[in-house]
Design a binder for this molecule. Sequence first.
Ligand code: BEZ
Ligand code: FE
Length: 286
Amino acid sequence: MKNLTLDNITAAAVDSFAGLPDARRRELVQVLVRHLHDYAREVRLSHAEWRAALGFLHRVGDISTPERSEFSLLSDVTGLSSQVDLLWSQAGATPGSNLGPFHAAGSPWRDNPADLIGDNAGTRVLLRSRVLDMQGQPLAGAEVDFWQNAADGLYWQQDPRQPTDNLRCRLRTAADGSFEIATIRPVPYQIPTDGPAYLELVQPAGRGSWRPAHYHLIVSMPGHRTLVTEVFDAEDTYLERDAVFGVREALVGRYADEHDPAAAQRLGLPGPTVPVMRMDFRLAQA
Ligand code: BEZ
Ligand code: FE
């Protein structure tokens, strides 16, 4: 019989997973168990606190559905999602940022330059970008998967008044690595505020529920690391307090009026200028 004490319980629990056949999975589980034990020891976790924590996780599970993952939101509001994004961002490459819950596979392909404005209300703008490698060379034919919210703050999946696939598309970069999207300026919006992640953690901490306005992009090219990122608006009031820690300096762009009568006409603007956000993306080698 092994006499389990405070001095050997952690090693016993860690060792009990030594039989996991996959080495990486073994590491993930064993290190997690070690950190959980360290945590309980450090804070001297009481029975009541331990039961409360389990109850919280139950409520996170209870409100989750295939369309709504409160666990993802919990990861987002604790900064864990962003931590993983930053861990896998390489120096010199464009940093990653939140995927969020509103990406869906199968976005419609559009020609580049793309026009997503359609019947959307809001300020008409252009996103002008290039996709480059780490040496600054253009990546032609890179895939860009783009999505954003509408003027009411909602993504098309959240809002039956928006047409299917509103304000999202896939396109390929041109020979010089460029792409252009005519769209409306995204607006700030709130993370879900009706579940335990917000009601029991974020709100009691006096934190806000808002995310600054942003575009979402997934940029991929064979031989390069796929980049999941966001582009923020330098004029947004929530830039300093993003509820999910997604903002990085390199991802903040500013709209500037550019003299472009042809583009102004295409966008239905009186012209001769159009508000343009310029943001390039650098992909790390795979
Ligand atoms: C989003 O950017 O779409 C998002 C990210 C985290 C939580 C909620 C929304
Ligand atoms: Fe978003």
